[in-house]
Design a protein around this ligand. Sequence first.
Ligand SMILES: [Zn+2]
Length: 354
Amino acid sequence: MAGGGEAARLCAEISQREQELRGLRERLAAVLAEGAAGDGGAVEECAAAECAAAFPSELPPLPAQASLSPADILRYSRQLVLPELGVRGQLLLARSSVLVVGCGGLGCPLAQYLAAAGVGRLGLVDHDVVETSNLHRQVLHGEARRGFPKAVSAAAALRLLNSTVQYVPYCGALSPRTALELVRQYDVIADCSDNVPTRYLVNDACVLAGKPLVSGSALRLEGQLVVYNYQGGPCYRCLFPKPPPPETVTNCADGGVLGVVPGIMGCIQALEVLKIASGMGSSFSQFMLMFDAHEGRFRNIKLRPKKPDCAVCGDNPSVTCLQDYEVREKKIDAWPPFCKHKDIFHKLSPCLLW
Ligand SMILES: [Zn+2]
């Protein structure tokens, strides 16, 4: 094995470089978190470069943690005493990775609670930058980070909350080229996006990669949540086989949203992610949770099971790779973004009810 020595040397060098990179990222996060960027333009450029470099590189596996450290026991003591979680559940969380698609109104509270609870690795995807009009609901960002990539801003805020979690910011939109590669590297996917093409793309990638998808949405004073592709349950296409007509969808910019509503839905999304990752299982595999903030009411609606003729998870799927999706995406790319499926749901509700 003449190459054995060379391989070992290269492995050691990669390990050292990764350690250096982690150190640089931590220093960058500290600068961003302080909001004390004397040269804002240079820092923003640097943050974007850091993000671009990390998208979509292959991640090393999380270290196999066999026991909790004294620091872990102190930090998580209030949830460790729960018999439903315990040390076993906490170790499962530490070995879990979650991909958060969208660092906005849903993604901010979701990522915050996942980080606080001790998930091992959080991937943070967002193509956008922080704007003033985001701040009433996207509570990880702040005034000092306006203009910064949301993924980098979120990672910086989360590092202050729990520095033991690995954060991987991805500054860019998911595409058919990158989605599957990224989704495959994570255990649970949380869809916190705000547009139709991304919802179909994320769903298809999750089905092809065999990953559970915890999907949330919010608009005006209402929110919805479903867990797709989990323990034999339906996928998004089972419920919504075709994209909705453009006139039936609304976005947060046009329809408005009270900031706390996505906050509540993002927290419930985090709860379901934590239950799946820790082995408790989800309550919404075949149920849709609907939240009416105006009336202060939650409703659980039983959904039909997975469809045998679903285009992606059915017996004879027509969507077998995301290259097919590019053609489909062109058809629905012109559709306006939306934050919820209420109009679609009402239109299709008779066939969705059990
Ligand atoms: Zn399906």
